[in-house]
Design a protein. Structure first.
Ligand SMILES: [Fe+2]
Ligand SMILES: [Fe+2]
Length: 262
């Protein structure tokens, strides 16, 4: 039977597919950490209070990167290069989603509109991250190797998503509502395409590593296209809506330790 659970079980059980999966995840998390660190450093004065939360957001993503690297190391594996067609963060940037790395490398203060762009991009991508981690947590919370990591990261991603909702609602009240709405709409539509393309590329590589028969790979590709069709037809709206979260101020305080993974 082709299920998300059996697919991930296969990917986790094989060294080469596990190595690719963890390398892709670690690289995305680390890039997210770097972006957040730069944004915290370049924050405009009017949004000063947000700086510690953005720094915490970045510290969490860096921690996730270290966790995925530690999972590989424990198994005697080293990270492999992330192929460009599987690089979610890079492809989003190329589509113009979020703040460009070139801008973040410059030592110029960001504007309030840039902060809206950052938060809208995060609101969309953190929803994706949170949903994927919920899926992994559902199946693998008790897994001896990845269970603890999945549970911790999933909790963090839920916090990130709550924080994005809360801060975007605050900025909407402060007069940025239309810009936020437009940015969320554009980000969500770009993200669902990138997610589809990256899913197809990752699954094609996994299929080669794990010698999947053609019908299995074909069925998976059909599934990925079906998810895209659903998201394009309206599923994207769940990534662009705003609702005050039950968890308030989710990113106050220092990040939770991941010492056991270091
Ligand atoms: Fe993360
Ligand atoms: Fe996150």
């Amino acid at each position: 039977m082709l299920s998300a659970r059996s697919l991930f079980q296969e990917i986790i059980d094989n060294d080469a597919s596990f190595q690719l999966f963890c390398s892709i995840a670690a690289s995305g998390e680390t890039q997210g950490g770097w972006e957040n660190g730069r944004i915290a450093a370049l924050i405009p004065d009017s949004q000063r209070e947000l700086a510690p939360k953005i720094a915490r957001h970045g510290a969490d993503e860096d921690k996730h990167g270290r966790i995925f690297n530690a999972l590989m190391k424990r198994r005697g594996l080293t990270p492999v290069n992330v192929p460009e067609d599987t690089d979610y963060t890079l492809l989003l940037e190329k589509r113009g989603v979020g703040l460009a790395h070139e801008q973040l490398r410059r030592d110029e203060r960001l504007s309030e509109a840039d902060i809206v762009t950052y938060l809208a991009h995060s609101r969309v991508t953190e929803q994706r991250a949170a949903e994927q981690m919920v899926m992994l947590r559902t199946y693998f919370a008790d897994h001896p190797v990845i269970g603890k990591a999945v549970t911790m990261i999933s909790n963090d991603e839920d916090n990130h998503l709550a924080y994005c909702h809360e801060e975007l609602l605050r900025l909407a009240r402060e007069g940025h509502a239309r810009l936020i709405q437009r940015t969320l709409h554009d980000c969500a539509l770009a993200e669902i395409r990138v997610y589809r393309d990256v899913s197809l590329a990752v699954m094609a590589r996994m299929g080669r590593i794990l010698n999947w028969p053609k019908p299995k790979s074909a069925a998976l590709a059909v599934g990925i296209h079906a998810i895209y069709a659903y998201e394009r037809l309206g599923g994207w709206r769940r990534m662009a809506s705003l609702k005050m979260p039950a968890r308030r101020n989710a990113l106050s305080g220092p990040p939770t330790s991941a010492a056991e993974f270091a």
